[in-house]
Design a protein around this ligand. Sequence first.
Ligand code: SF4
Length: 325
Amino acid sequence: MVTILDATTPVAKRVRHPEKQNRPDTEVKRKPEWIRVKAPTSKGYQETRSIVKEHNLVTVCEEAGCPNIGECWDKKHATFMIMGEICTRACAFCNVITGKPNALDMNEPENVAKAVREMGLMHVVITSVDRDDLDDGGAEHFEKVIWAIRAASPETTIEILTPDFLRKPGALERVVAAKPDVFNHNLETVPGNYLTVRPGARYFHSLRLLQRVKELDPTMFTKSGIMVGLGEERNEVLQLMDDLRSADVDFMTIGQYLQPTRKHHEVMSYITPEEFRSYEKIAYTKGFLMVSSSPLTRSSHHAGDDFARLKANRDARMAAADTHN
Ligand code: SF4
């Protein structure tokens, strides 16, 4: 089969993952009972949906088929995905459409800011597709979105979940200078899985990016997450925790990988809630300020409440350090 993909084809009609079309189907394992989620139907969910549509916004909640959408949208918490819905990478776990992206929407910063104000958000999470096609990887656009939100809702705290800006000199520095409150960049998986799970990325580049954020602005909270159930060994996860701590990362998230389609990476195992609790306990002993580890943990799940706890934990740690001096 030949797949023709061009920018004039409406997104809804496109093959979402042309690069995966010829892959053999993988086995889809039955989900354990602790993974089941309710269908999104509440009034709050419908209201969030209307605001998102009205401002022509894209959310990772929908694009990634997040299992928490019913719960998050009911509480008016959505993660906005900027710079379009087409990604230039083709990670084996991700459901976001792959292909040649459209031009940036110059009205997007204002539209995101309007939606944030209308929804009365205390904390907002902004993420994006990978834009390897842009000279700065989309750094300027991130900057504009942060500024627009600051102007429209000065009290709202801003968390960004960024791509790796691989081979985009100066991009990271530019985004950090815009002063988001939390800088999140996900490692996604252990280094041994990168070639099969995240082939366009480099583990040590991502780690270094997180470390560099802290060097540029030691007051900025840094955050990173992984998915488990991709065939990783427990010891590899513990090593990754040490790597994140060496990069001075404050907050770690660990969630179960769920397979979007038969063409995506197979779920190698379902990690039990007990194993998630054990990861959480160990991660705290390694010195993270915050850890969220559960089957349905996602980078942006409960991000607002977590931000308040993150700040409180840092204040408590600094107060304890002062007492000892
Ligand atoms: S966890 Fe994040 S991506 Fe999922 S629905 Fe909630 S805000 Fe959206």
